[in-house]
Design a protein around this ligand. Sequence first.
Ligand SMILES: NC(=O)c1ccc[n+]([C@@H]2O[C@H](COP(=O)([O-])OP(=O)(O)OC[C@H]3O[C@@H](n4cnc5c(N)ncnc54)[C@H](OP(=O)(O)O)[C@@H]3O)[C@@H](O)[C@H]2O)c1
Length: 267
Amino acid sequence: MNTLEGKRILVTGASRGIGRAIALGAAAAGADVAVLARSAETLDAVAAEVKDLGRRAVPVVCDVTDPARLDAAFAEAADGLGGLDTVVNNAGGFYHSGPFLELTQGDWERTRGLNIDPTVQLLRLAGAHMAANGGGSVLNVTSIAGLGGAPRLSLYAVCKAAMVSLTKTLAVEWAAHDIRVNAIAPGWIDTKLTSGFTSHPQVKEALQQEVPQNRWAAPEDVADAAVFLSGDGARLITGAVLVLDGGLTSQLSAVARGLLGVGRAAA
Ligand SMILES: NC(=O)c1ccc[n+]([C@@H]2O[C@H](COP(=O)([O-])OP(=O)(O)OC[C@H]3O[C@@H](n4cnc5c(N)ncnc54)[C@H](OP(=O)(O)O)[C@@H]3O)[C@@H](O)[C@H]2O)c1
């Protein structure tokens, strides 16, 4: 059963990329959707696409790094849809990449301010709302960067690792309230966030070559998994971190693949 029929869902970072695809995927699966981001114009366009799918849409303009605004925005989304069954915590990203010792305390505060502080606040809001209203589900968008070492992306990676920890902890704490908490960990997805890589053909190709499926994924590839985890078909799944990376983190090293004659390195 892969439907969100009758569900009311808030997606943060929904004006483009993965969040937009999740919002539209949820609407196509039958959900009413509150879409949150900073840019009013693009949010209105996504809201119009949701309505074209026959669902209600509530655009909520909010910078998640502003705690007072995030509190108010959550209330706007919940009031606008008459309650929230699912919250997708997707807004996030990185500002820079580089060796750890070249990054400053200011870089850390900025990265944490976008990825962790709003996550903690949004989870507190979502958990309280759902506990008071009979349950629900939360989906955190983390990254494969948060599952292991991530050279040159250390500050972003530690924030994404913290999301994995919170996902598992809250899955246990909130099970008694019928709230499921899961995460998805995408690999390389072709969005504005990764345009610094994809705009260089050689970098784009080199990163793709490392992926066993040999492709950059589209936001819609992520959205399909997000819709599944948000629906009742995933009713037994909580505390899970679903990796969506075309096999990238499952493989042996390139040298080992070549020596053993497996995978693309051997081809
Ligand atoms: N792309 C990948 O390869 C990849 C891989 C793993 C994980 N992820 C994660 O997936 C999530 C979405 O990434 P994406 O690739 O779709 O990035 P994206 O194309 O840059 O989209 C980011 C979205 O977040 C919104 N946003 C950014 N800062 C915000 C803020 N301060 N307040 C509210 N909204 C904000 C943006 O809208 P506005 O600018 O209008 O606010 C936009 O809607 C992120 O958490 C990212 O870390 C991405």
